[in-house]
Each structure stands twice: as C-alpha cells, then as structure tokens.
Design a protein around this ligand. Structure first.
Ligand code: HOZ
Length: 429
C-alpha cells in the first residue's frame, strides 16, 4: 500500500510561504533526494511517526544526538524535572559543573570546557581562541569536512553545502575565505607541502577525526598522527571537531581510540542529549585565555542552559553502562553486512564506510577515502534507494553526504526488518 503523504505535503506547502525552502536547516528540505520532506509528529525509541501516521525505523537520529533513541525515558524525565525548576537563569548552576566534570573526565585532552549552544558556535569560538593563543590568523581545513556555518569555515564544506552542490556560500567576504587554507582529506603529502610553505602563518588545523559530513570517511592510517606532528612542529594548534564523533564512537571520542591528542576539541550533538548544546575545551593553558579569565571574548544568554545540561547529563550517564558501545557497533556491523549483501545480490555497486555506530552507503564501485571519491557516488541511485526505503518504513538521512546512526533503541529485530527493507529497495525481495 502506498504511503499516505497528504498532510505532510500540505504542511510543507504552507512551510514554504514562511520559512526559506520550508525548513530551518537546508538538508531537511530533501533537495538532495527530491520529493517533499516527511513532516514529523513524534519520535519514540528508534521510530519516527509522521503527521500522516506513517511509522519509520529511524537512522537519522536527529543527525547524531539521539544515541539513546527518541524520547529516552531517563532523558525526558531529567528535562521534565529541570523544567519544573525554570527554563533559564542566565546564571551559574550545579548541573553545568557536573556536566563539565563528566566531559573533562571522559575526553582525554580536555582539561577545561566552555558550553555554548551549537556545534557552529563551538568551532567558531575554538578557532578564535586558537588565533589568539598563537597570534596567527590562517586556519587549515579539509575538503568536504563541515564545521558549521561560521564565515571562513564555509569553504569547500561538506554536509548541506555538499548536498546542495554549492561551490561555497555567498555572503562570505573573500578576505575571510582567504584566511582558510584547504587540503584534501587524508592527503599527507599535500599537508606536508602546505606546512613547508606556510607553517609559520597557521594558527590551527581543524579536522573531523572521522569525517562524517561528506558521508563517513575514516582517517587513513597515520594521517592524524602526521597532522599532530606537523602542527606541533610548526607551533600551530590541532583542533578536533568531534561534534559527531564525541561520545558516539566511545566515551572519550575518537581521540581516545586513535591516541592522537588535539589541543582543542569541539563537541555538540550527544553532549546535549538532543537539546541545543555545543562545547569547546582543551588544555587549561589555552582555555584560560577565554573571558573572563583571558582576553578572548565569547558569551551567550542560553549557554549552559539548565534543560540542556540536564539532557546532556542523563545521556552521558547512560553511556558508561558496560558493553554499551560494543553492542551499538555489533548492531551497526550487522546492518552493514546485510546492506552489502543485498547490494551484491542486486548487482548494485556500493561501498559502505562504517566507524562504530555511524555509516554511509556510497553508490560507487571504488573506495571512498576523501571528498573527491565521495562525490563519485551516483546520487540519483542514492535518491531512489532513499525513497524506496521510506516507502518500506525506513528513514535514512536525506542526503548522500551524511552519516546514518544506530542508537541503543534499535533492537536486533529492527535491524533485521531494515535488512528486509534493503532487499525490497534493491528489488530483490
Ligand atoms: N549539518 C547537519 C548534518 N550534518 C544538519 C542538521 C539539520 O538539518 O538538522
């Protein structure tokens, strides 16, 4: 039976009168896959329900934060309890100290942390700090990595910018963009050349230690280690953007897995348990330059918001359950092998990149190791696959250049049901 979409379509038509593109964040508009977006009524566990009553097994997970699934009872209860005591004070709270302690205890390189309201704020502020600390202005980023939408970081960016095939953003003064130097991800030779030529000008290199905004692309062996050496030798800071990988691949983020310690780390998504939160932190010596201790100004009315801190605390506490990450990875591995087997049986060229509980299926026959190879993916095939999954009750991120996420709320039976949907989507049922 075809899905009912009347109400979603009507609401989206109305949305387009008032919201640019009908959305508050571009990739939600389905422009990368065509068709009208599904308008969501509610989420529970691993399922989303749209306003027409269709139910989907969800692998978008609000783009990463919902590692415990939708409306996880312990998170909702914590937020309810906090809300009963007021929504915001714009003043110090105990909860923000508890969450800060938990972050510093969990993420190896973070000695001090500042909470902000989004990943964009975290990266923007971390780079201001890096510039102040080094007294230099150039920033290095990698093609296809996405670090939020601050001016100067929207240069060859991934995520929605890649989904919409925008070269870069309009409205960024060329003088800002000129402060950003761009290198292909995983390209050690290009990095070495850049540092040889301009090392003394570079304040910081910002990198997603596992790229996830061009789809999931793991770092090549030795890439992050070499990056650490080059930045240390040049007196530049290394900034890990762990907005996606933080608390996703393990309690200590990807740095704890790979053993490469950045100077600064940016967090978001899971640290806020589904509420709007970002954070940046690192060595005390650097963090002490942030106002009011030091001269780097950064502030926010809702920073450290009590509801957000409550959601973050409840989420992070659940992650230390023994075997939590192993169970997530096992489910992701099963999903990936089912997906690969279905594609093989259908004769569809497909590469699946997976790190822990995040994965991307690229419709291409060559390995995907950087932005250039990610862009070789056949986005028309991806779009057909996405819509076929939707029709079979599975919601994947509506873009080729994003990660799918498995949560603790996905049961084995949900994974098996999804694999059946893959068979249907590839026409081999
Ligand atoms: N930049 C987010 C994904 N990497 C998209 C956020 C959203 O549209 O909600």
């Amino acid at each position: 039976m075809p899905r009912k979409t009347d109400r979603s379509r009507a609401v989206f038509a109305e949305a387009q009168k008032y919201l640019p593109g009908g959305v508050n964040s571009p990739v939600r508009s389905f422009r990368g896959v065509g068709g009208d977006p599904v308008v969501i009524a509610s989420g529970s566990g691993c399922r989303l329900t749209d306003i027409d009553g269709n139910v989907y097994i969800d692998y978008c997970g609000s783009w990463g934060p919902l590692i415990l699934g939708h409306a996880a009872p312990e998170v909702i209860e914590a937020v309810r309890e906090a809300a009963g005591r007021g929504l915001s004070y714009g003043a110090a709270t105990e909860a923000e100290v508890e969450l800060a302690r938990l972050v510093c205890d969990s993420v190896p390189s973070i000695e001090m942390v500042r909470f902000v309201n989004s990943g964009t704020e975290a990266t923007m502020s971390a780079l201001r700090l890096a510039r102040a600390f080094t007294g230099r202005s150039k920033i290095v980023k990698f093609e296809g990595c996405y670090h939020g939408h601050a001016d100067g970081l929207l240069v060859q960016a991934g995520s929605g910018v890649a989904t919409l095939s925008l070269p870069d953003s309009a409205g960024v003064p060329p003088s800002y963009a000129a402060e950003t130097l761009v290198v292909p991800y995983n390209d050690v030779a290009a990095l070495e050349t850049l540092f040889q030529q301009r090392g003394a000008e570079i304040a910081a290199v910002i990198v997603e230690p596992v790229a996830a905004n061009m789809g999931v692309v793991p770092p090549a062996p030795g890439f992050l280690e070499r990056l650490r050496d080059l930045t240390s030798n040049a007196g530049s800071l290394l900034v890990f953007d762990e907005v996606i990988t933080g608390f996703r691949v393990g309690l200590g983020g990807y740095q704890a897995l790979c053993g490469v310690m950045p100077d600064l780390t940016c967090l978001g998504k899971i640290v806020g348990g589904g509420m709007p939160v970002g954070a940046y932190g690192g060595r005390s010596e650097i963090m002490q330059m942030v106002a009011p201790l030091g001269p780097v100004y950064q502030a926010g009315t809702l920073s450290g918001n009590p509801l957000a801190m409550a959601a973050g605390l409840a989420t992070l506490r659940a992650l230390s359950d023994p075997g939590f990450y192993e169970a997530l990875s096992a489910k992701a591995e099963r999903l990936m092998s089912g997906l690969k087997a279905a594609a093989r049986q259908a004769g569809t060229p497909l590469q699946v990149n997976r790190v822990g509980s995040m994965l991307t299926a690229f419709f291409t026959d060559g390995p995907v190791t950087d932005y250039a190879s990610a862009k070789r993916s056949d986005t028309a095939s991806h779009a057909r696959f996405f819509h076929a999954l939707l029709d079979h009750g599975v919601y994947f991120p509506p873009s080729q250049f994003e990660a799918a996420f498995i949560s603790a709320a996905h049961e084995e039976s949900d994974i098996e049901a999804t694999i059946l949907a893959f068979h249907d989507a590839f026409g081999i049922a």
